[in-house]
Each structure stands twice: as structure tokens, then as C-alpha cells.
Design a protein around this ligand. Structure first.
Ligand code: GLC
Length: 428
């Protein structure tokens, strides 16, 4: 039984997205912008994957607003197809904030980092909301160019998996799975910041040329979550191409997907642990640290059933992920698990996040575990009732922490709508 009051939730989502919306004109690129920032308090700019989540939630409220967000995201696409992970719209207004982000960008307005590529899912959400095929046709060429950039510049030709060159590119900034690779010297924010600066300094020596950054081999990681999102989005993008009659591109994308999926299965799966681990470096060694990303392949329907069962076992273990307010970003039994925040504003080291819950719950729904998906949705909504839309939540108490009025936490609405639609039928 669906326990969520959808009308109430829609109202709360609408309010939050509207408060975070920023509309204006930017002289530096001679363009109008209309996007939703992650949080007026700490994140006033436009972030790539945040925007995609905002679009997925916003499609249920105002498809026009969602389309504007996507247009703003792509308006400064680089000539080679790359899309920056942050666009610093109105940077001058927020001078104090910018300093904290000065880790990894060489241009003033656009970073040279990527974020998880859920762009196709965002477009698909808009299309599902209002069936506007003209919009799909308008936005698809830039989207295909972005995926071609990923394929050309970031995908390893041997295993078909996307490489990131900085933890920030996964969106999982301080995840403990990167501690060793980054040679983080201590438990505080400044230890992480100096590790980030050390890496940025190395990249400066090669002027951030991706080929050379890869050759340096300091942080070359196939993150499981980024790659699951990549695989999923190749599938969604192929379907969008079919829709517009571009069968040829659809076939190319389907092929890329099957190569990446095979790479995930053969390089990332660990039979002994029953988890998927990132691979790193030229030797493609597994980074054997258990975090929620090890469960992310739950999202994919063509993963062998025995592997899905093992992932679900981990998920349901109270010593790992099955806390009162699931799903913690790091298992409870990890030595560095921190349920709220740790070392200042370190993120992804224990609390539950709504965007990762969205992905995991959709995966469970796809594998016929509506009961578990519903539990995750119910507890997410309960946490939101308790503290509003926050950046992350304590997995034991549901108490919210981090940025208030946090945009992507509204994506819980999409999950609840999906669960509601699946009430009388088999999940798709
Ligand atoms: C934090 C998150 C990152 C997100 C950004 C803006 O850095 O870890 O994933 O994109 O905030 O919300």
C-alpha cells in the first residue's frame, strides 16, 4: 500500500524548486538562463547532475521549467561536446562562495570536470510528462555530442568503462572509497582539500589535457555508480533516438552499452565479496571498499539474478545498509562510517541521500522488490517531513543535515509517483 500523501509532496516539491529557481541574462555568454540551484545557502550555481535530478522531479510539476533547466545546462557546451559540471551563472554575485570551489577549474565560468551522465534520463522524464517530441528533437543533438565526447575522451577502449580523474567528478566528493587513492592524510576537511589541491597541481602541469591526465595515472577510476548511470543512460538515449527516427545512432549507443555492461561484469564484480568495486589505474585493480555504489548495478535489469540476490543480501543486512532510514552511503560497519557529518563538511561518508535512494529503489522495483522500494521511499519521505529537503539524512534518526532547501532531494517525488503507478501492476 502506498503510504505517501502525493498531493502534499507535490506541493512541497513545487515550493522548493521555485525558491531555488534562478532566471536572468548572462552577458559573458550572451544568453538567458533559467535553472534551479541545489541550495540558495551553499550552492547557488548550476550543477550538472543536480540539474538532471531537478528536471526529473520538476517534470511532475512544471515541464516548461524542466525544459528551461536543460536548455541552460547545455547552452555552454564546449566545442568538443563536453559539458561542465558547474556553470557559474552570476558568479560575481556570490564571490565568497566561489573560493571554496576553486579546486578544479581553469576557466572563470565553467569547470573542466564532468559529473555522472544522467542527461538522457532527464530528457526522458520531460518527454514522459508532456510527450513533447519537438523538445526531444531540439535537445538530442547536443546530448549525443556529449555522449560522443564521453566515448572519445573518457571511455577506456579495452573495458568500455568511463574514467573519472577526480573524486569530484563522481559527485561523491569525500567518499571513503577514495581515501587511499587520494592519499588523504587525516580526518578533517583540510586534509581532503589539500589532497584535492595536490591532484589539481599535478593536472596543471599538463594543462588539464585529458589524455595526459590519464597517462599521469594519479587518479584514473572507473567508478561503479558513474558507469551504471552511463549504461542506463545509453539505453535511454538509444530509445530517444529511435523515437526521433535516428536508428543509426541508436544502434551505436546500444553497442556502447553492451561493451560497458560487459566491462562492469568482468572487471568490477567481486565474487568473494558479492559486490561491485571500482577499478583504478593502468593495472585496473579493484578498489575493494564497500560503499553504496557497490550496490548500484541493482538498477540494471540484465545483471545475472544470483548477483542481484547477493546485492540485496548486503542491502538488507542491518550491519551494513538496512538502517531505520536507509540507505546509508557507507555501510554501518565501515571503520570510518559517520552517520551525520564528519570532519567539518565532509560528504558521502555515512548519511543517506535521496538521489542514491531514488536509483536503488527504482532498481529494486525493476527486480520485483516493490516492498523494499516502498520502504526506502516511505522512510525518505518521513525524513523529509521531519527536517525538510536537506542535502543528506542521518540513517538512524532521519534527521537532516547539510544544505537546506536542497533541490535533488525532491526527486523522491518521482519515486513515489512510480510506486503509485505500480500499485496494481507488475513494475516495469
Ligand atoms: C556536493 C555533492 C555533489 C553535488 C554538489 C552540489 O559537492 O557531493 O555531488 O553535485 O554538492 O549539490
Amino acid at each position: 500500500m502506498n503510504t505517501v500523501d502525493l498531493n502534499w509532496l507535490r506541493g512541497e516539491v513545487k515550493k522548493t524548486l521555485e525558491v531555488n529557481r534562478k532566471i536572468g541574462y548572462a552577458q559573458w555568454c550572451d544568453a538567458e538562463f533559467d535553472y534551479t540551484c541545489p541550495s540558495n545557502v551553499t550552492y547557488p550555481f548550476q550543477w550538472f547532475w543536480d540539474s538532471c535530478f531537478h528536471v526529473i522531479a520538476g517534470s511532475h510539476i512544471d515541464p516548461h521549467m524542466a525544459k528551461q533547466e536543460l536548455r541552460s545546462l547545455l547552452i555552454n557546451q564546449h566545442d568538443d561536446g563536453f559539458v561542465s559540471h558547474i556553470t557559474f551563472w552570476e558568479r560575481e554575485k556570490y564571490e565568497a562562495e566561489v573560493d571554496t570551489y576553486a579546486v578544479a577549474f581553469k576557466t572563470e565560468r565553467l569547470t573542466d570536470e564532468m559529473q555522472p551522465p544522467l542527461l538522457a534520463q532527464a530528457i526522458s522524464a520531460v518527454y514522459e510528462a508532456d510527450g513533447d517530441l519537438e523538445f526531444v528533437k531540439e535537445i538530442l543533438p547536443a546530448t549525443i555530442r556529449f555522449f560522443d565526447w564521453l566515448d572519445r575522451v573518457r571511455v577506456d577502449p579495452v573495458d568500455g568503462l568511463v574514467r573519472v580523474f577526480h573524486p569530484d567528478e563522481t559527485g561523491l566528493d569525500h567518499s571513503p572509497k577514495f581515501d587511499e587513492l587520494m592519499e588523504v592524510g587525516g580526518p578533517d576537511l583540510e586534509d581532503f582539500s589539500s589532497a584535492w589541491y595536490r591532484l589539481a597541481a599535478k593536472y596543471e602541469t599538463v594543462n588539464r589535457d585529458p589524455k595526459k591526465m590519464k597517462e599521469l595515472d594519479h587518479f584514473v577510476v572507473a567508478d561503479v555508480m558513474t558507469n551504471v548511470i552511463y549504461v542506463e543512460n545509453l539505453d535511454v538515449l538509444a530509445r530517444l533516438c529511435e523515437l526521433t527516427g535516428d536508428t543509426e545512432t541508436a544502434q551505436v549507443l546500444v553497442l556502447r552499452r553492451s561493451v560497458a555492461l560487459a566491462g562492469l561484469e568482468s572487471w568490477c564484480w567481486n565474487e568473494e565479496h558479492g559486490l561491485y568495486f571500482d577499478i583504478a589505474g593502468r593495472d585496473r585493480h579493484q578498489v575493494q571498499v564497500n560503499t553504496f555504489t557497490a550496490l548500484m548495478p541493482l538498477l540494471l535489469t540484465d545483471i545475472p539474478e544470483d548477483r542481484i540476490c547477493r546485492l540485496i543480501q548486503h542491502l538488507l543486512d542491518p550491519e551494513e545498509y538496512w538502517t531505520p532510514f536507509p540507505v546509508p552511503s557507507v555501510p554501518v560497519n565501515h571503520p570510518n562510517f559517520a552517520p551525520s557529518t564528519s570532519g567539518g563538511i565532509l560528504v558521502w561518508r555515512g548519511p543517506s541521500w535521496i538521489n542514491s535512494n531514488w536509483y536503488l529503489a527504482i532498481g529494486l522495483l525493476r527486480h520485483g522488490r516493490k516492498d523494499l522500494a516502498q520502504r526506502i521511499a516511505d522512510k525518505s519521505v518521513e525524513a523529509i517531513r521531519l527536517s525538510g529537503f536537506r542535502e543528506y539524512y542521518n540513517p538512524f534518526t532521519g534527521e537532516g543535515h547539510g544544505a537546506p532547501g536542497f533541490g535533488w532531494s525532491t526527486v523522491v517525488l518521482d519515486l513515489c509517483e512510480k510506486l503509485d503507478a505500480a500499485t496494481f501492476g507488475e513494475p516495469t
